[in-house]
Every structure is written in C-alpha cells, then in structure tokens.
Design a protein around this ligand. Structure first.
Ligand code: F6P
Length: 544
C-alpha cells in the first residue's frame, strides 16, 4: 500500500484539518503545562517542541505513522549492520565509529569494532607523534598548521566540529580548510603558511574526487615552490582514504594513511579518521569526548521509546509540516557564533540523504521527501531573512539552537543573545493582531485614518512553528550529541518516506558530467552538448 494511501497517513490528513485553524496562542491558553508536556532531554540536549502546531493526538498519530513505516525496525537494522544502503549494497555504520560501549557490531561475520578501535589507536599514536615532534616536518620543525584538504563530508562536518570547539584547540595549533576547486580557495589558504611546519591531510574516501586531488596537487606544487623536494612529501602529506594505491602514487607513506570503510557515508564520516585534522588540533582526548557525546545520543535513539525519542520527535514533526502542511523548507538558526557552519553541514546531511524521488524498491514516490535546509546564525539572520519567517507567505518551521552558557562572557552579550533567541520565537508564535496594531498606533497619537492605512502592514500572523534546542554549553560531548541527533532525524524521515537515505546518485552524475565538460574545454569538441552548454563552453575558451 502506498504511504499516502495508508491508514496512518489518512488519519493525519483528517486530523490536520482540525489542527490547521487553531492558533498556537490558543493551544498555550488551553494548557498551562504545555511547555513541559512537550519537552524532552537526552544526551545533554534539551528540546522544547511545544511551539509546534500539534496536540497530544497529533503526536500519537505521527508516532503511529512512524510505527507503520517501520522506524523502529530501521533503527534496529542500522545499528545491527544490515545492508540498508541497498543501491550501493552497503551497511550504514557511522554509529560504529563512536560506539564507545564497544558492543560487537558484526558485518559479514566480522566485528567491525576491531578495525574501528585499531584506527582510533593509530590516530592517537599519530597525534602524540605530531605533538611531541617525533613526526615532524622535513627540517625537523614541529608541524603546527594543519590543512584539511577535502570536500563534502570530508569538509563540512569536520569544519562544524573544529569551529564549534574552537575554545578547545590546543595551544600553538592552527587548522585550515581547502575544499573548493576554485583556485582562490587554495591560493588564499596557503598564503603566508610556513612549509616547514605545515601538515596537509588529504581527506578523500575515494582519493578520486577531482576537487580534492587537484587541491592536493596544488598544495604539493606550492610545497615544491617553497623549496620542498619529492622525498620530503611524506613528511608533510598524509591521507585518510580507502584508496591506498592512489595515495601511495601521490607520495604519501602507507604508514601515514588512515583507513575508511565503505560502510561510512561521506556525510557521516566526521567521526572516522576523516576527523583526524580536528583531533590533532583539539587533542585526542577531546575527539574521544566528541565520540562519547554522539554515542550517548546513539544509545538514546536506539533504546528510547518513540514518544520519548528526540530524533524521532524531530523527524516526525518535520514530516507533519512537509507532508501535511506543504512546508518546503526548514530553517536551522544557531544562536552561537561557533556553530555558524551547522546549517551548511545539515544541508549535506539532510538534503544529500533525503533528496530522493524513488522508494528503496525503486518505485517513484507520490509524496514530498526531503525539504530544503537553510539557515545561519542569530542574531544576524534576524536582520535579514527572519522578516520572511514572520510575515512571508510560506510556512517555514525553524530550529532555534543555543548553548545556555557561553565560552566568551563579554558584558551582557550572552543574556542579550538569549533574549533575542526567545524574542524571535515569541514573535513567531504570537505575532500581532490588527486590533493590537491599531491600538498601538492610536496610542502614539496617529489619527484613525492613517492608523488604518498602516495597520495591515504591521500585522504579524504568528502561529509559525519552531523548536527550542538548548545545550548546557558547546562542549565536545554536546556538539557530538547535537550532530548525531540531526543525523538520526534524517534516518527517521528517510524511513517514513521509504527512501534510501544513504546513497547520492545525483551528486555522482554531476561529478561525471563535470569531467566530460572539462575534456570539451580542452579539446573544443562540442558534439555532445546542446546549444546552451556549447555556447558557454565557447565563451569560456575564448576568454582564456
Ligand atoms: O558530495 C558527494 C560526496 O560523495 C560526499 O558524500 C563525500 O563526502 C564527498 O563527495 C567527497 O568524497 P571523497 O571523500 O571520496 O573525496
């Protein structure tokens, strides 16, 4: 039976008609305990989801849909190493990377924890060697600038982690990123670096991603231009990859290669050796704490009943808006400067995972799947796109994320930030009625006719849903838990929408076609291209 003809779906369609006309203000007036009733806490993350357009019945019906769609089974399958990435015939085991309990996870008869633990030990030893200078640059100087070369999952998640945990960086270290194939990225990043103290970490599961390869080659050329020799490359370049031959050919010593496994998707890989650059800078101890925080969320996700399960609740609320209210996007609003890149990472985690149009068995879906994820930091966003959140025509559910304690107590900034965090949510919920606006204008002495003219512009409808997500403080543990929570939210939604959340064939097509265009740019052979692409290729060729 198709999802959108199923009993649980039909019940929600009917129920939505009873909830849609009710304003959130009424729901709060009816129930003094609403805030507490719709709140949860797990793994150091507090979620108040009371400001959603839901009743207790909504949640029951949403959880019935989750049950009907096999969410508990999907969770169980993922944690037990089942081959749930069907189109690539792979298990999905990023949870093994942070399985601090060391519970055995068996794939094809072998316990993957053996490889995971061995890799963590190798990472720890390597970090100690860099710290002590035992592994040093070719002139014997300690390596203190780490450059992460990687794109997609080898960039976005790692960057969130290192930015979010900036207060934990070890003294003397610096960390930079090169991702984009735009030469500006590499040129600007290497400017001013000391080749004798710089370590490049080439992070590429495949060691075949063109951006990463070209950037690694450009960095190696820069190293030569600064006086380095081919025999010195192994002191300044290491790799995280499954492709040992390609990394060896590049000049990297096999002793300094860290493995990846095909059961870790790129966008879920920050917990693996892909996190090595961050672990160097944060210290291995803090990297382990990051894993522990994620593991705490994993255990919660694996064991908590659906009704008390943070990622399940978040996932089902998203389903409620995207499938039953027609919401097309979801905003991630981080009230923490250190978390400024979280929306970028969640774009990849969510949109690359659930941006799918067929079910796991290849049937075209006839319901909406993954939403557009976007966002930024508060309060900057308040002076930009929040206008549309408050008065635009679209319903955009939003997550407001903030740590209760700051790492940087500057005057009363943190209280001001929190006041904004809550003030925005209050405005989204309550809005302002015509009568309230009119009364305000008249109180200012504005005459009746003019007040009536202006009033429509100042009406704020309110009734816009949001989640309040709080961390005690942005620590390695809470940041790990937060990112894991969102990964699992995506897993829940993928199960409901019946899609494979773990492949990315659309992205793969772009990679292949990009290579084809590159050949045409060189050869001028336009026979495979339509008149638009052909004319653009010609324009580029004649501009060079
Ligand atoms: O962006 C698509 C993708 O396949 C991601 O999933 C992955 O993180 C990225 O490309 C980079 O791939 P690789 O680690 O193989 O260089």
């Amino acid at each position: 039976m198709a999802l959108n003809q199923s009993p649980a779906w039909d019940n929600l369609v009917a129920h939505q008609k009873t909830v849609a006309p009710v304003h959130l203000k009424e729901l709060f007036q009816q129930d003094a305990e609403r805030g507490k009733r719709f709140s949860l806490e797990a793994a150091g993350i507090f979620l108040d989801y009371s400001k959603n357009r839901i009743t207790s019945e909504t949640m029951e019906l949403l959880l019935q849909l989750a049950q009907q769609q096999g969410v508990p089974q999907r969770i169980e399958q993922m944690f037990s190493g089942a081959y749930i990435n069907g189109s690539e015939h792979r298990p999905v085991l990023h949870v093994a990377l942070r399985n601090r309990s060391n519970r055995a996870i068996t794939v094809d008869g072998s316990n993957v924890m053996d490889e995971v633990n061995a890799t963590l030990t190798k990472m720890q030893k390597f970090i100690q060697a860099v710290d002590s200078g035992e592994f040093a640059g070719y002139t014997g100087k300690k390596l203190r600038t780490i450059v992460n070369i990687g794109i997609g999952g080898s960039f976005l998640g790692p960057k969130v982690v290192s930015d979010a945990l900036k207060p934990y960086w070890q003294e003397g270290y610096d960390l930079k990123y090169i991702a984009n194939i735009d030469g500006t990225d590499v040129a600007e990043t290497v400017k001013g670096l000391d080749p004798e103290t710089t370590l490049f970490v080439v992070c590429s599961k495949s060691f075949g991603t063109i951006e990463t390869l070209k950037n690694a080659q450009a960095c190696r050329q820069w190293f030569y231009d600064c006086g380095g020799k081919p025999e010195h490359v192994k002191h300044h370049f290491i790799a995280v990859s499954t492709n040992i031959p390609a990394a060896t050919e590049f000049g990297i010593d096999e002793a300094n290669m860290f493995p990846m496994w095909d059961w870790v998707g790129g966008r879920y890989s920050l917990w693996s050796a892909i996190g090595l650059p961050q672990a160097i800078v944060l210290g291995f101890n803090n990297f382990e704490k990051l894993l522990s925080g994620a593991h705490a969320m994993d255990e919660h996700f694996r064991t908590a009943p659906l009704a008390e399960n943070l990622p399940v609740i978040l996932g089902m609320l998203g389903v409620w808006y995207h499938n039953f209210f027609g919401a097309e996007s979801h905003a991630v609003l981080a009230y923490d400067e250190y978390l400024k890149d979280l929306p970028n990472h969640l774009q990849q985690v969510d949109m690359e995972s659930n941006g799918k149009s067929v079910t796991v068995d290849g049937t075209a879906v006839s319901w909406q799947t993954g939403p557009v994820i976007w966002g930024g930091t508060g309060t900057n966003g308040q002076h930009a796109y929040h206008q549309l959140l408050h008065q635009g025509t679209r319903l955009i559910p939003a997550d407001f994320i903030m740590p209760l304690k700051t790492h940087n107590p500057v005057a009363d900034h943190h209280a001001q930030l929190f006041a904004n965090y809550l003030g925005q949510q209050q405005a989204m919920l309550e809005g302002k009625t015509y009568d309230e606006v009119l009364a305000e204008l008249k109180a200012k002495g504005i005459d009746d006719a003019r007040a009536k003219e202006i009033a429509p512009h100042k009406i704020i409808p309110g009734n816009r849903p949001c989640n309040s997500i709080l961390l005690e403080k942005a620590t390695p543990e809470t940041v790990g838990a937060l990112i894991a929570m969102y990964e699992h939210k995506v897993c829940v939604q993928g199960a409901v929408w019946e899609v494979n959340s773990f492949d990315q064939w659309g992205v793969e097509l772009g990679k292949v076609l990009g290579n084809g265009v590159y050949s045409a740019l060189e050869s001028g052979n336009l026979e495979n291209y339509d008149s638009s692409i052909a004319q653009l290729i010609e324009k580029f060729r004649s501009a060079q």
